[in-house]
Write a protein of this length. Structure first.
Length: 403
């Protein structure tokens, strides 16, 4: 067994013990952090490498920094709304506040439809790599089955049946990521020592197409907004704090991962199996890499899908004035996700999901800007208006990576 395999297994095992220890698993702050974290680290660390290699080559670390910064700006707007807008909504809000909030809920529920399809299509793609299947039709079939299983659990047992799964999946996912980081870091040290370390310039998109692909990757760092809708379980201060933690931890995961894998970049993205290119990209690191990535993928995709299906069902129920129950909201979300699965490919889903989420972020940024104006916080007004403008640019110029 190679040193990288040993480092991977030992590190992953140590983190498994930590994350599954009752004190960690049952800590209220960790539980409040898990829901946004389940969505943010859903699939970005799996597809980000190959797509960023295709889009910007060795400048991937800078592109990911920009994506995380944009996400943090949107997160600031949502945290402002948790503190300052939620109390207004609980009373008799002005018409503009009510309209922006209701439009945000509708936009987010539609975005969740797309993201559930996105997560579970990747779940299927990585799961089928266990048996070396990359046929798009089989990926669609398995994704449909996965969506159906989660929908049945959500419809029959409601949110509680799904939420318990999130804590387990996130702990497993983070443990696998820690093991992967240890293996990659050790491999980098060996490469530096023997002089083989390099960041080769790979072929990638240029100009407007390069920018368009990057703008279509906002979905990679989406998920923090789920804290906005946990008011039934956690107070505002807890949600603000744990959302900030989730964004900081996920940004660190993305940036460290991109830096560690840049030396393995290839120009492979198109064609069947491109969505799982990270497995082939990192095979030189060690034989344990492929099964670990697949396990991490299955955990991350399923937990993220659960989190977003929860969110979609809750928003559908709220937007319908409780005429649609949360349980049936899960069913509706699943039906739409299945339709998307059979009418698009994974790169189109990523771009469409990014656009759907930035509509929500634009509305929440506008809400925050109006609130900040009312409070006389004019510096924040400028920041939140910038968020609206960035969202508009994404809507106009974002394109799928395989275009």
């Amino acid at each position: 067994m190679t040193a990288t395999n040993i480092a991977l297994i030992l590190t992953a095992s140590a983190f498994l013990v930590f994350f599954f220890h009752p004190k960690t698993r049952n800590h209220p702050l960790w539980q409040a952090t898990v829901t946004p974290l389940a969505s943010i680290i859903g699939s970005g660390f799996l597809v980000a490498g190959p797509i960023l290699a295709h889009a910007v080559g060795t400048m991937a670390w800078l592109a990911m920094t920009g994506l995380c910064a944009i996400a943090y700006l949107f997160g600031m707007a949502i945290r402002h709304n948790i503190v300052h807008v939620e109390p207004v909504l609980a009373k008799q809000p002005p018409a503009i506040v009510f309209v922006l909030e209701r439009a945000s809920e509708i936009a987010l529920s539609l975005a969740y439809f797309v993201s559930v399809a996105y997560y579970l299509n990747l779940f299927a793609a990585f799961g089928l790599r266990f048996v070396d299947v990359i046929d798009p039709v089989w990926i669609q079939i398995v994704a449909t089955v996965a969506i159906s299983i989660i929908a049945v659990v959500g419809t029959l047992r409601g949110l509680s049946g799904l939420e318990r799964f999130e804590v387990v999946a996130v702990g497993l996912k983070l443990s696998m990521i820690a093991g992967l980081f240890a293996a990659l870091a050790l491999a980098s040290v060996f490469a530096l020592n023997d002089g083989s370390f390099h960041w080769d310039v790979t072929e990638h998109a240029h100009g407007r197409r390069e920018i368009g692909i990057l703008l279509g990757l906002v979905i990679l760092v989406q998920g923090f907004e789920t804290s906005r809708y946990l008011s039934g379980k956690y107070d505002a201060a807890t949600r603000v704090k744990t959302m900030r933690w989730a964004q900081a931890l996920s940004s660190a995961v993305y940036l460290i991962f991109i830096v560690l894998i840049t030396s393995y970049f290839t120009d492979r993205l198109s064609g069947d199996g491109g969505e799982t290119a990270i497995i082939d990209m990192l095979l030189p690191v060690g034989t344990a890499i492929a099964p670990l990535i697949i396990i991490a993928a299955l955990a991350s995709q399923s937990s993220a899908a659960v989190a977003d299906m929860n969110g979609a069902a809750g928003l559908l129920s709220e937007a319908s004035g409780r005429r649609i129950s949360v349980n049936y909201g899960n069913l509706i979300t699943a039906l739409v996700a299945v339709a998307i699965t059979w009418t698009t490919n994974i790169y189109e889903i990523i771009a469409y999901a990014s656009k759907a989420f930035v509509v929500y972020y634009a509305l929440q940024s506008a809400q925050a800007a109006y609130s900040a104006w009312q409070l006389g916080q004019y510096g924040r007004v400028i920041l939140f208006v910038l968020g609206v403008l960035i969202a508009g640019v994404v809507l106009v110029f974002a394109i799928p990576a395989d275009v």
